[in-house]
Design a protein around this ligand. Structure first.
Ligand SMILES: Cc1ncc(COP(=O)(O)O)c(C=O)c1O
Length: 369
């Protein structure tokens, strides 16, 4: 028997006879039919993620955004209302603000630090609470337990994008999350190779997501799933080192004269430090800071980097720096950026697995250069 599982690189599956084929199409068994619906390599990745996120079932998709979109469109319909945290990934913000309204789906944004505001924003047609914690890129922390309680009280689907923390950093299902979403492209892959996404939840909710995706087609490629399954075998050791490096950088840079402020969930100076300590196992692999001097300083810092990659990703073995105001959140208006604290000089660092002094050295020389 092979030690590394094979890749099932096939678009469809064969049947021995007409009756077997009929039964599979009639959903009388779990036989694979077509890789848009299911595939053993994709199932291997899904099963491993179910264990890590302590969820019954999952559906893996082609990207994090297809997982987010499928979660919205499966459970929200015309006339429904979505409550979301204000600071979210740029493309998720575009979906909520620009695409969902075309389908008659309303939304309200609430800030991370305003839990009473969350309850006040619930309407009679609210169906779902959607949050990221820590948020991208500002690293705000939302109280999972409080949000989970609120969702239960008002009978809402509680959906958490757990991309930044990973299941090693926090398990949202323990706090009442009904759906947990990942961009597997980030820490889960961990080496910047493949795109992928996944939604996890109860068998019942995931069956609905499956039916939506089976028809609309955002299937994860078996090859990407195979890569992701192997990555999960190193996720815990990688995340421990990423988090240790990020924490070290945060401590060393916190009082640097070139910055106005720095945020890292496990620094006591973080506004939601107590909540982070309660719900997270570690502070994660990301930190962010605001350079003095605004947009110009931000761009100069990025230009000055020698080792750290300038790329539109995060969660890689190699450290990555990004300047959200001119990249991931560039499509937001100036006012929308300010509402989510994406200031012109904001820099996000994804701490890689390099020696911590090498990462720190590159950041310091780029600040001074
Ligand atoms: C928090 C978060 N959610 C979702 C996504 C989207 O994932 P993908 O790029 O795999 O579509 C990203 C991508 O950066 C993200 O950071």
């Amino acid at each position: 028997m092979e030690h590394s599982s094979p890749i099932f690189l096939t678009s469809s599956f064969c049947f021995d006879n007409a009756e077997e084929m009929r039964a599979a199409f009639a959903d009388e068994n779990d036989d694979n039919i077509y890789s848009r619906f299911s595939n053993p390599s994709v199932q291997e990745f899904t099963d491993r993620m179910c264990v890590l996120e302590e969820m019954e079932a999952g559906f893996a998709s082609a990207s994090g955004m297809s997982a987010v979109f499928a979660s919205f469109l499966t459970f929200l319909k015309q006339g429904d209302h979505l409550l979301s945290c204000r600071a979210i990934f740029g493309s998720t913000h575009s979906v909520i603000t620009k695409i969902l309204p075309r389908y008659g789906i309303e939304h309200s944004y609430v800030s991370a630090d305003n839990m009473s505001g969350w309850e006040n924003a619930i309407q009679s047609n609210t169906k779902m609470i959607f949050i990221e914690t820590p948020t991208n890129p500002g690293l705000d922390i939302i109280d999972l337990e409080a949000a989970g309680r609120l969702a239960k009280k008002h009978n809402l689907i509680f959906c958490v994008d757990n991309c930044f923390a990973t299941p090693i950093g926090q398990v949202p299902g323990r706090f009442g999350a009904d759906l947990v979403i990942h961009s597997a492209t980030k820490w889960l892959d961990g080496q910047g190779r493949v795109l992928g996404g996944i939604v996890l939840g109860s068998k019942q909710l995931i069956h609905d997501i499956y039916l939506f995706c089976r028809s609309t087609g955002p299937a994860l490629s078996p090859f990407n799933a195979w890569v992701l399954s192997r990555s999960l075998e190193t996720l815990e050791v990688r995340m421990e080192r990423h988090a240790a490096n990020a924490f070290y950088l945060a401590q060393q840079l916190e009082n640097n004269k070139a910055i106005n402020w720095l945020k890292y969930p496990f620094l006591e100076s973080h506004p939601q430090y107590a909540v982070a300590k309660r719900q997270m196992e570690n502070g994660g692999g990301l930190l962010c800071f605001e350079l003095k001097g605004g947009l110009e300083s931000g761009r100069k810092f990025i230009d000055n980097l020698k080792m750290i990659s300038r790329t539109a990703n995060l969660g890689d073995t190699r450290s990555i720096a990004s300047h959200p105001a001119s990249t991931t959140h560039g499509k937001l208006s100036e006012q929308e950026r300010m509402e989510v604290n994406i200031t012109p000089g904001l820099i996000r660092i994804s701490a890689g697995l390099e020696h911590r002094e090498d990462i720190l050295g590159d950041i310091l020389q780029a600040m001074e250069g």
